[in-house]
Every structure is written in C-alpha cells, then in structure tokens.
Design a protein around this ligand. Structure first.
Ligand SMILES: Cc1cc2nc3c(=O)[nH]c(=O)nc-3n(C[C@H](O)[C@H](O)[C@H](O)COP(=O)(O)O)c2cc1C
Length: 181
C-alpha cells in the first residue's frame, strides 16, 4: 500500500530551491511513498486567540496532516535556523491545546540552503521532541547547499551529482524508516 506523505515547505518563493528539492524527491520516490505538497504560505500568523475561529487555511493544513501517514518538513535556513513560515505551520497544526495532529507521525527533515548547513534540521529535531509535537524523526536528513554550489540549473532542475546522491540517501533511509510504522 502506498503511504501518503504530507510535505510542508517553509518557502513560498517562486524560485524556491526547497520546492525544487522536493520536486526532485517526488521524482525519485519509491512506489511505496507518495509525496504531496501542501502550501503553507497563506496561513495567517498563529495566535491562540484564533483557536475559536473558523479559518479555512488552518482547516486545510490540519486536515492534510491528519490524513497523512508521514510528514516531511522542508525549509531554507533563515538566519541560522528554520523559516518562520514553517514554524507558523507547525504551531497551527499543534493547536488547539490537546488537539495536536503531529503526535506520533513519522517525520523526515529536508533543508536546501545557499551554502548547506545542518543547523536548520538540528533545530527542527528539538521541535519534533517537544511534548505537543512528539514525532519520531528519520535519522538521515536531506541537507544540501544550492545556489553557491550551483546545485540547480536555471529551470530549477537539480544538476549536482553530489546533491542527488545526498537526496537518494535521504529517500532510501526515509523509505526504510516509514516501513517501521
Ligand atoms: C531572511 C533570510 C535569511 C537567510 N539566512 C541564511 C542563513 O542563515 N544561512 C544560509 O546558508 N542561507 C541563508 N539564507 C539564504 C537562503 O538559504 C537562500 O535564500 C535559499 O535559497 C532559501 O531557500 P528557498 O529558495 O527555498 O526560499 C537566508 C535567506 C533569507 C531570505
């Protein structure tokens, strides 16, 4: 049976290399995994006073996570950590209090940056271990450097053999990890 993976990307840029990275992962995904991208750029900034309100964008992303067998968080590095856009979505899906939809879903971490760094995924591991998130995390993260390393061509296609190898390694590890659940 094909497992459904909800992918949340912390960049809505028209030229996002994180989107390009996920598109590459979609291409190399095994038949057992389907990667579905859910846009999060339109989510209003979370505030707990919004918990009582019917916000369509919140309902959509919460349903996407609820229905998924597994999740991928993908993010650029913004000033040494994950993007605020991704953190906002993480907060939205963790609330209202006691109704977090993250808990127990297996998680893969991907980060495509200007130069490549593990800081973003390390910071996301801390979030994943917090009590209202509590997700098991695939130990192999897909971290690549993009712009300066020339990993992508002008059409957003991944051309770096090294980055392709890293992402294949991530996909293999993620497939094995997901199969345990
Ligand atoms: C606000 C901001 C902060 C950034 N901070 C970092 C950083 O700390 N380290 C880094 O390697 N790149 C940093 N970058 C560069 C991003 O990694 C680069 O713009 C990347 O393309 C963003 O991913 P995206 O194309 O998916 O939006 C920053 C970019 C922005 C817009």
């Amino acid at each position: 049976m094909t497992k459904q993976v909800a992918v949340l990307i912390g960049s809505a840029s028209q030229t996002s290399i994180n989107h390009s990275t996920i598109k590459h992962l979609q291409k190399i995904a095994p038949a057992s995994l389907q990667l579905n991208i859910f846009e999060i750029g339109d989510l209003p900034l979370y505030d707990r006073d919004l918990d009582d309100q019917d916000i369509a964008a919140y309902t959509r992303v919460r349903a996407a996570v609820k229905d998924a067998d597994a999740v991928i968080w993908a993010t650029p590095e913004h000033n040494g950590s994950y993007s605020a856009m991704l953190k906002n979505a993480i907060d939205v899906v963790s609330r209202p209090a006691g109704q977090s939809l993250w808990i127990g879903k297996p998680l893969g971490l991907v980060s495509a940056n200007a130069s490549g760094s593990n800081r973003t995924v390390d910071a996301l591991r801390v979030i994943a271990s917090s009590s209202h998130i509590n997700m098991p995390v695939c130990p192999y993260a897909g971290v690549i450097g993009g712009i300066f390393a020339g990993a992508f061509d002008d059409n957003g296609e991944l051309v770096s053999e090294q980055a392709k190898k890293t992402l294949q390694g991530f996909m293999n590890a993620f497939e094995t990890f997901i199969a345990k659940f």
